[in-house]
Write a protein that binds this ligand. Structure first.
Ligand SMILES: *[C@@H]1O[C@H](CO)[C@@H](O)[C@H](O)[C@H]1NC(C)=O
Ligand SMILES: *[C@@H]1O[C@H](CO)[C@@H](O)[C@H](O)[C@H]1NC(C)=O
Ligand SMILES: *[C@@H]1O[C@H](CO)[C@@H](O)[C@H](O)[C@H]1NC(C)=O
Length: 574
């Protein structure tokens, strides 16, 4: 197990008791990282997969200081990130931090004073007295090393040239040879940053440039400069992963399907892509969620997803939603996105941990509605969201993670949980934590519980989906392919759904097409390939459960034989 790379959110510890024991038992270093086909792996750990479950920490705005330091000590920020289950930070920086002496020689205090942010400087003095009088670049190094000391891997992301909020088509930072995007200055900046962290075990990757965009963008220059940038970073720091972004705000890498980048080195190249609800405007709010999910994920496969099959890791380095829960477009998108991430078991970085910015677009203390932390950086804005994404922090599969034969877990994105059997085979199926999920197998319409003779059956409308020896034929339907549907004896179509107690029931299928006003999310499931053994957690703790399992096994065998005899008898009669 990649123990270190999957730390468990502290508020889930009761559920994840066993995982906690495992994850605290062997502190191992995940450095350096490299790639093995589509996986990011830790060579020192025998090539075991490391899944990047990151959060973006912003350090590219006008002050050029990692956000949050006026609210909390940097150690506390690092601990919070780890306690929410993230193993990594994508830390943004502007080129000027290493190329403009008049800026980089400022101390943190001076940088805030220059912007008139006197209270913020006082907040940093109070929370981070060791940092407040450091020059900006040293403060940046201090942030990186503190993250590293807390087992948080760092990916340095060149976000922009000039410090400030990013990105628009006409901000002069969009593409090579834009007003503020001198390719030579950029190469110098990348080289300096890579050199500065050559030897640092905290920095595992560097991404070359965020969200290329604007009227000048073209593939010819993209190949020319991105290859130069990749070579520059690798020459200065051969240990880091080199993370390469595409065109059109990091949405489009489709041109690589006809021509791959050519680099002098191997095993370090990772591609990154961004996907928000607003990437497709208001399509989610304006359309039928199934149709939009089908269309948008198909598009994502053509734009970037194809790279996995081509043998390259794909890092979804930005995604996020309004944490308040009131943004319909975001709410529909995130269920589809989480299904996609789980299905392909992608590496990702949430935007953002930041609860509020020192200064964004001229507004001091801007509260970030997509931020995981609240304005004061104290509590999560939305605890249930963090619980929900914990399901995809865990790797489902990959090199070194084969604990049992490939099977499926039945993931429910809108809760972040997975389908489990009940306490006995007669109890209804229910949702539970994905690491404890029972292994299922899906083959030619039959959804069965691995290692047993039981399979899923829908008997009556509105009633529980049961384990049975007589199986329903289940198909993934609608454009989203996320409705798990079968037919009752009388021919009525039903879909797997979740009732208010978290039990799995067979309901009429909802909003399969056209209807723009209804929400299919409770009926959205994804069958996810996994090679992980279920963590038994509290299930395995008592003698009674052992007895129960023995009885279960006994009944199961008994029933199977009775069932088989019955079938034989019936087939003789017929
Ligand atoms: C990077 O560090 C390694 C030692 O870890 C050293 O051998 C190499 O020369 C350094 N590269 C540069 C460009 O400084
Ligand atoms: C958290 O998000 C959910 C939807 O994802 C929403 O229903 C809920 O109101 C949000 N909670 C808070 C405290 O904003
Ligand atoms: C899941 O496994 C099946 C069977 O091996 C395979 O056909 C399918 O492509 C896999 N899905 C993904 C997303 O890798």
């Amino acid at each position: 197990m990649a123990n270190k790379h999957y730390s468990v959110p502290s508020f889930l510890l009761t559920n994840y008791f066993f995982l906690f024991l495992l994850s605290s038992s062997s502190p191992s270093s995940a450095f350096p990282l490299s790639t093995s086909s589509r996986w990011i792996v830790d060579d020192a750990a025998g090539g075991q997969r490391v899944k990047l479950a990151c959060v973006n920490l912003v350090s590219h705005l006008e002050p050029m200081v990692a956000e949050g330091l006026s609210k909390l000590p940097i150690e506390t920020i690092a601990e919070k990130i780890g306690s929410m289950g993230f193993n990594c930070v994508r830390l943004t920086w502007p080129i000027y931090l290493v190329t403009d002496e008049s800026l980089s020689s400022l101390t943190v205090r001076q940088s805030f004073q220059r912007l008139g942010l006197i209270d913020t400087a006082a907040g940093i003095q109070a929370n981070n007295p060791d940092i407040v009088d450091l020059p900006l670049l040293q403060a940046f190094q201090q942030v990186v090393s503190t993250l590293g000391e807390n087992n948080i891997m760092v990916i340095l992301d060149n976000h922009i040239t000039t410090p400030g909020w990013c990105c628009s088509n006409d901000d002069g930072n969009g593409f090579f040879n834009d007003r503020y995007f001198d390719p030579n200055l950029w190469l110098t900046g990348l080289t300096r940053m890579a050199t500065l962290f050559n030897g640092s075990t905290a920095v595992v990757g560097m991404s070359l440039r965020n969200e290329l965009r604007g009227p000048k963008q073209n593939t010819q220059d993209w190949y020319k400069y991105m290859q130069q940038g990749a070579e520059a970073v690798h020459a200065a720091n051969p240990n880091v992963l080199v993370v390469v972004s595409g065109l059109n705000y990091d949405k489009d890498l489709s041109f690589l399907s006809s021509r791959m980048v050519k680099l002098s080195f191997g095993k370090k190249l990772v591609f990154e892509a961004h996907w928000y609800g607003f990437t497709d405007g208001q399509a989610w709010a304006d359309g039928n969620a199934n149709e939009v999910c089908g269309r948008v994920s198909g598009n994502m496969k053509r734009m970037s997803g194809f790279l996995l099959e081509a043998g390259y890791p794909l890092f979804f380095s930005e995604f996020g939603i309004d944490q308040g829960g009131g943004n319909l477009n975001d709410n529909r998108y995130i269920n589809c996105f989480l299904g996609y991430v789980a299905e392909f078991d992608l590496d990702w970085a949430y935007w953002t941990i930041v609860g509020s910015y020192y200064l964004r677009q001229g507004v001091a203390g801007w509260s970030e509605s997509y931020g995981l932390l609240d304005r004061d950086w104290v509590e999560p804005r939305n605890r249930s969201f963090i619980e929900r994404i914990s399901a995809v922090q865990m790797p489902f599969r990959g090199p070194g993670l084969v604990e049992r034969r490939q099977h499926q877990v039945i993931f429910h994105p809108s809760t972040g949980k997975c389908v489990q059997r009940g306490r006995t085979f007669m109890d209804p199926l229910k949702l539970g934590p994905c690491p404890e999920s029972d292994p299922w197998s899906y083959s030619r319409g039959t959804l069965s519980q691995v290692g047993t003779y039981f399979c899923l059956k829908a008997d009556q409308l509105g009633k529980a989906v049961q384990l049975d020896l007589d199986c329903s034929n289940w198909q993934m339907i609608s454009d989203s392919k996320m409705h798990v549907s079968s037919k009752l004896k009388d021919g009525t179509s039903v879909c797997m759904d979740v009732d208010s107690d978290g039990e799995i029931v067979a309901n009429p299928c909802k909003c399969l097409s056209k209807d723009k006003s209804c929400e299919p999310e409770s009926q959205w499931f994804k069958l996810v390939n996994s090679t992980r053994a279920p963590i038994t957690g509290s299930k395995g703790e008592s003698f009674l459960f052992l007895v129960r399992d023995l009885i279960w096994k006994f009944l199961e065998l008994g029933l199977f034989h009775i069932g088989r005899m019955f079938v034989q008898v019936v087939s003789r009669i017929v």
